[in-house]
Design a protein around this ligand. Structure first.
Ligand code: ADP
Ligand code: MG
Length: 735
């Protein structure tokens, strides 16, 4: 056989170079995506067998898992249908029998006189204590050299054809040879500050821990690193956004007061707190990057309106982006009605130009303006003759000519606020002076979108709004580049939506309830997990449900169908028709999650409810209860088990979206958040998302490191930079 390479192994070496590893095992590791020494060192155990409690044979307790050291005093092969090897092991206190099945060769490996270590569960057979199929290995005086017994024994995730004994042996060999020489990439100060153990130590202890305590410390170090890589990424994004000068906006108290006078209600405490944070951000010469989180119905729109108004009062334009055209239209109508009546100073233009923009207009321009106004449906009254906020809608459904006019109005600064979809930044919209962008219900507003705004020549303030309540640890990860404001208070007088989960056998009762509500003039939603019937998954589909309701259950009522496979235009048409009460019942898939206001809808029935996350169910529920009618949410699980019952019960008990999100995170893990909704967020091997303390420490470390070296360009950060870059490459692949 070839002599093993005399070169010491390095982390980058391929597994073939590891002395003693079999070809078959190399292939098996490769099937798991593990190619190099480093890959294997980062292939962490998924659990540990605690074989650390070592006892005298006389003291062994039946039923517990124990480890003994002793000498083989007898070995024999017993016949029968299942050949077994029976071995007696003795120490100075007594003797115990161990039985192994189907491994006749053990008679040779366990000759009389051999010292071995044995770990396993102590049982009793015919009144005598014995261990059935224990793990064993030859005794060595140095307890550190034990791999399979007598310690916390790691159990690594493996694939078919790979024996855990073999894998453990290879990993132990690598841990001993390579881990101590792994280059430390964390700055010494960071390590000291956070009280973390060294990298090599952490790697060896996570595989072969000396104790539960050292294992905890190892996990803490490696989990910190994962959080740190994420936080360095998001903090860098934030620094990039805020690295250039922003527009310093003065707070116009009078304009704000004027807005409040127009509102039919007083702002809640939470709205006022959020606005104070927004105004203070916008007053700084740094572009704001803020997330406004607030449960469905908490009143985010008016917060957005008040901020946009301030930008406009300072002589800038605002843009509001909605996820769909229909939502854009809804916002447009609401904002035009509200802001059109608020008088804003136009001194910015006047001072700059010495005369009003109106004075400068040529007759053609005046005619154009009149045309735009007509298009926008502005009467001289609600426009207050140009003194109120001028709001325009820009969507794909505008005709070419209207579209050109609106674009022109935006470019000339004759539109103060434009409402639309992503088209507002992706298409060739030229702004006159864009000062604030508000993004509603949008999870993904990233680096690329911001760059687009910059490419348009502006560095506006940014406000992102979301109704998806997200636990703090996730916010710091997913929205780590944004500061957060929370609307943690609903406007007064909100009715509670009566929520109940019922078995499938109660369908008839639920339908009776729906019919009663519809007879009172109300409307209802029915949500299904699938679009169409599937042979593989036995779950209610929207198409089937639609068929059944329209032809069997409610043949006399008007039922509509809405799902994600329809064209956006079709979806909008159905929604508008439902809003205008052309239908009584809307059967839909999860596409309904963010949608327009239908205050007349009073019941939402969710089929296969156990298939949805709590946060998502809470979003669905928010589709009703938007008017003055008592509203109902009925959940029908398709297959209920204990955990789904617990979740549905939680939804019935609380209407607090944040609490539900926390419960969801605990019960279902972060997959719900990372899976379908938020892609581009990396997989965490060690870090626990619920570990706020560690995450906060990592955030602080990221800020400290980048505060000193924003690009990680200093030589002492070179290794760290490599690690961070590699981590994000993986994350993007996963996303
Ligand atoms: P969301 O946060 O879900 O976007 P909206 O902004 O659509 O909520 O507000 C929901 C409803 O609550 C709207 O009808 C809005 O006019 C109303 N609203 C907002 N703020 C208040 C308040 N402070 N008092 C009473 N009603 C309010
Ligand atoms: Mg909203």
């Amino acid at each position: 056989p070839p002599t093993p390479s005399p070169q010491p192994l390095t982390p980058a070496d391929p597994l073939d170079l590891v002395p003693g590893i079999g070809r078959k095992d190399v292939h098996a590791f490769r099937r798991m995506g593990l190619r190099t020494v480093e890959d294997l060192l980062y292939h962490f155990p998924h659990r540990y067998d605690d074989y650390s409690s070592q006892k005298q044979i006389a003291d062994l307790v039946v039923g517990s898992v124990e480890t003994i050291v002793g000498e083989v005093s007898e070995t024999r092969l017993a016949g029968g249908p299942r050949p077994r090897v029976e071995v007696s092991i003795s120490d100075e206190s007594g003797t115990i029998k161990a039985v192994f099945f189907g491994q006749p060769w053990l008679t040779k490996q366990l000759p009389v006189g051999k010292m071995i270590v044995l770990s396993g569960k102590v049982g009793a057979y015919g009144g005598l204590r014995q261990m059935a199929s224990p793990t064993w290995e030859p005794y060595v005086p140095d307890s550190d050299a034990l791999i399979h017994t007598g310690r916390l024994v790691p159990v690594h995730p493996l694939t078919k054809g790979l024996l855990d004994r073999n894998a453990r042996k290879v990993i132990k060999q690598l841990v001993d040879a390579v881990a101590p020489h792994m280059p430390e990439y964390l700055p010494e100060a960071t390590r000291a500050q956070a009280g973390l153990v060294g990298l090599g130590h952490a790697i060896s202890q996570i595989h072969f821990p000396d104790s539960a305590e050292t294992l905890t410390r190892a996990r803490e170090r490696l989990g910190f690193d994962e959080f740190l890589f994420i936080q360095i990424g998001v903090v860098q994004r934030k620094l990039l956004w805020q690295g250039e000068l922003g527009y310093q906006l003065r707070l116009h108290e009078d304009v704000h007061a004027d807005l409040q006078a127009q509102l039919p209600f007083a702002l809640t405490g939470a709205q006022q707190r959020a606005l104070a944070e927004l105004f203070s951000d916008m007053a700084r010469p740094v572009p704001m990057a803020r997330l406004l989180q607030g449960d469905v119905g908490s009143g985010k729109t008016v917060v957005a309106a008040a901020s946009l108004l301030q930008a406009i009062a300072n002589g800038f334009q605002g843009a509001l982006m909605a996820p769909t055209e229909i939502l854009a239209e809804q916002h447009y109508k609401g904002l035009k009605k509200l802001l059109g009546r608020v008088r804003v100073p136009r001194q910015a233009q006047q001072e700059a130009e010495g005369e009003t923009w109106r004075d400068r207009m040529s007759p053609e321009e005046a005619a154009q303006l009149a045309e735009i106004k007509a298009l926008l449906g502005m009467t001289a009254e609600d426009d207050m003759d140009g003194e109120g906020v001028r709001v325009a809608l820009l969507t794909g459904s505008l005709g070419a000519k209207e579209r050109r006019r609106v674009l022109e109005g935006i470019a000339k600064g004759e539109v103060d606020l434009v409402v639309g979809t992503h088209a507002l930044i992706t298409e060739s919209v030229r702004y006159h002076s864009l000062g604030l962008v508000v993004v509603d219900e949008q999870h993904r507003f990233g680096v690329e979108q911001r760059q687009r705004l910059r490419d348009k020549g502006f560095n506006p303030h940014l406000l992102v709004m979301t109704a998806t309540p997200i636990p703090r640890t996730l916010t710091m990860t997913i929205y780590g580049d944004l500061d957060t404001s929370v609307l943690d208070e609903l406007p007064p007088g909100r009715q509670v939506i009566r929520t109940r989960w019922v078995p499938r056998s109660d369908h008839a009762k639920v339908y009776r309830h729906m019919r009663k509500e519809i007879e009172k003039g109300r409307q209802a939603f029915v949500i299904c997990p699938l679009v169409e019937e599937s042979e593989k998954i036995d779950l209610p589909s929207a198409e089937e449900m639609y068929e059944k309701l329209q032809s069997e259950v409610f043949p006399d009522l008007r039922v509509a169908l809405l799902h994600g496979k329809m064209l956006p235009r079709e979806k909008d048409q159905i929604m508008v028709a439902f809003r205008d009460h052309a239908y009584d019942i809307l059967v839909a898939t999860a596409v309904i999650e963010v949608g327009i206001d239908i205050p007349n809808a009073s019941t939402i029935l969710i089929e296969g409810a156990e298939r949805f996350g709590l946060s998502q169910l809470h979003q669905f529920r928010g589709r009703v209860g938007r008017g003055q009618h008592q509203s109902y949410c009925v959940l029908i699980p398709h297959k209920a088990n204990d955990s789904s019952a617990e979740r549905l019960e939680a939804l019935a008990q609380t209407s607090d979206g944040f609490k539900l999100a926390e419960i969801d995170l605990q019960l279902r893990g972060p997959g719900e958040f990372f899976g379908t909704r938020q892609s581009g967020t990396p997989d965490l091997k060690v870090a626990q998302l619920a570990d706020t303390r560690l995450l906060v420490a990592a955030r602080a470390a990221a800020e400290a490191i980048l505060g000193d070296d924003p690009q990680l360009a200093k030589p002492e950060h070179a290794l760290l930079k490599q690690k961070v870059d590699a981590f994000w490459v993986e994350a993007r692949k996963a996303g």
